[in-house]
Design a protein around this ligand. Sequence first.
Ligand code: 6PG
Length: 252
Amino acid sequence: MVGVRFVKVLDDQEALSRAAAAKFVLRAREAIEERGRFSVALSGGSTPRSVYRLLGEQYEDAVDWEKVVALIGDERNVPPDHEESNYRMALERLLAQVPIPHENLVRFRTENGPEAAAEAYEEEVRERFALGPSEMPRFDLVLLGLGTDAHTASLFPGTKALAETRRIAVANWVEKLATWRVTLTVPAINHARRIVFLVSGPDKVEPLRSVLEGPRDPERLPAQLIAPAKGEVHWLVDRVAAAGLTDRTLSR
Ligand code: 6PG
């Protein structure tokens, strides 16, 4: 089955967060029912904050959190308690609010430096998901955001990580930010059962339109690389961010 793409426009960010939380719970229940575990890679940035808060506040009883494995999908080159840390952001709003066992949290140990953090993360994923040296994990859900430059996770335009085909996670030098990032790779993301993009706000009109309706140019628009061979990509976008989309996209 070739990957299928769905685009859903929600009235506003609040509705988008509710829809994302509902999708998270649905996938979690289905995965736990079918496979006894739910593995989810969490996006960083600001858009998912309200989703994580909603899940942490209102869905504690809706998911068997003991059977959830939560991974941080990408990370800045800061310590885990830094205000810019994606791990800290997810921990405060969700992971510390629900009874997910601490040993079920997979983060980039950025305190050891970007390359070591990426290698250790990859090793932990291979071990936890019993993967051979060239196998990719099949996460049940990967949550992603979209940057104003059409990056996703820490896969930025023109960076080395875009071409990675073997590794699960890499350190990625981002020249325009003059900083290291660590991130899941395109193949690791594309191997997921389900990918959900969360896109909200006026500054995403242009990148969203370019990615979904513009010419294919993944070096400049890395989010175009996200297209699983056997999985589904759901774009949950608010009406403001969807302003540049045509019916050709919206009817899918
Ligand atoms: C990060 C994220 C990044 C984010 C986009 C969108 O580390 O910042 O992983 O990919 O999802 O930059 O960010 P906003 O949701 O803040 O617009």
